[in-house]
Design a protein around this ligand. Structure first.
Ligand SMILES: [Zn+2]
Length: 316
């Protein structure tokens, strides 16, 4: 295994995560997935079904389902913000990703309820033992039963230490997935008599505006009942309590070890691509549209602006 990774190979792993990239066969839990290159250099991410096509193996994995659900390419994503945040976005040409432990939800990154922790530990202990006993081909650790048990126990201890600390190196940009506007979110982010906007984009436009970077994970948050279930080590950042399900959040997640002491990171974004539309808050004063247009032209940013659907007149 060469561990040689090109951006193309990492994009292929991301896009074809659940299926063999050659024959399309869905992977089964714990089967071996092979990443590498064909003889002509083409990246491949395949199951044992098509392993013979790999001339250079970069890595092998125990396949696991993706930690998050990917929205459809045209899914509409919204980001509501006050005018100050919007100006900062224009000035920086970058999206602000908040450090995960500063997002304001103390369950952020939680794997479950403390009262149920021993069940979680038992489940993953069993999982680690199995994984160590059945390593992928070519990666046999040759462990004695005692060593194997020691390693499995250490995994659990390491995971706990990593769980909380990992939030400091995880950065998140939160979006609301919906076909239309949300009055509740307007009131939350741009309350009456203040001025603000909502960026409307799509899953594809958000991904491309951030450079189609395979290290940026964009997916839906799944809302779970922590009394009955757990989050896994890799998916906890995409799990929240059911009581927040109205948020309908899709989030972009980046890991940056070197930024652990920063409150957030600014990730360069192609704003023209990102801002498929800019909707003006229904509560903004009438003069705000001129200010908005002038500000955008000052920063050389072009985006179609529109008034909020909430300002339409009813009849009775
Ligand atoms: Zn195949």
């Amino acid at each position: 295994m060469t561990q040689r990774y090109t951006v193309e190979l990492r994009r292929l792993e991301r896009d074809s995560h659940d299926n063999c990239s050659l024959c399309g066969r869905p992977f089964k839990p714990a089967e071996a997935a092979h990443s590498g290159y064909a003889a002509d250099g083409r990246p491949l991410y395949v199951g044992s079904c098509c392993e013979a096509n790999i001339a250079e193996t970069a890595a092998r994995y125990h396949w696991e389902p993706r930690a998050y659900e990917v929205p459809p390419p045209s899914a509409l994503l919204w980001r509501y913000m006050d005018f100050a945040k919007f100006v900062s976005l224009l000035r920086d040409g970058a999206l602000f990703f908040s450090r995960a432990d500063l997002l304001g939800d103390r369950y952020e990154g939680a794997k479950g309820l403390l009262a149920n922790k021993s069940k979680w530990d038992q489940y993953y202990l069993k999982w680690f033992r199995e994984a160590l006993r059945n390593p992928p081909p070519g990666a046999d650790f040759g462990l004695s039963p005692e060593e194997l048990e020691k390693r499995a126990q250490k995994f659990i201890v390491d995971l706990e230490a990593l769980g909380k600390d990992g939030l400091r190196t995880t950065f998140v940009s939160c979006w609301h997935e919906s076909e239309g506007e949300s009055e509740a979110l307007w009131r939350l982010y741009c309350p009456p008599s203040s001025a603000g906007v909502a960026i409307r984009t799509t899953f594809t436009a958000l991904n491309l505006s951030l450079g189609d970077d395979p290290d940026t994970k964009i997916g839906r948050v799944r809302y779970i009942d922590f009394r009955k279930s757990f989050a896994g080590p890799n998916d906890a950042i995409f799990r929240k309590r059911q009581s927040l399900s109205h948020e309908r959040e899709a989030r972009a997640v980046i890991h940056r070890i070197e930024a652990r002491d920063e409150p957030g990171i600014r990730v360069p974004a192609d704003l023209k691509q990102l801002m498929q539309a800019l909707v003006i808050s229904p509560f903004a004063p009438v003069w705000f549209q001129d200010v908005l247009n002038e500000t955008m032209s000052r920063f050389n940013v072009v985006a179609p602006t529109m008034t909020s659907d909430l300002t339409s007149e009813p009849f009775y």
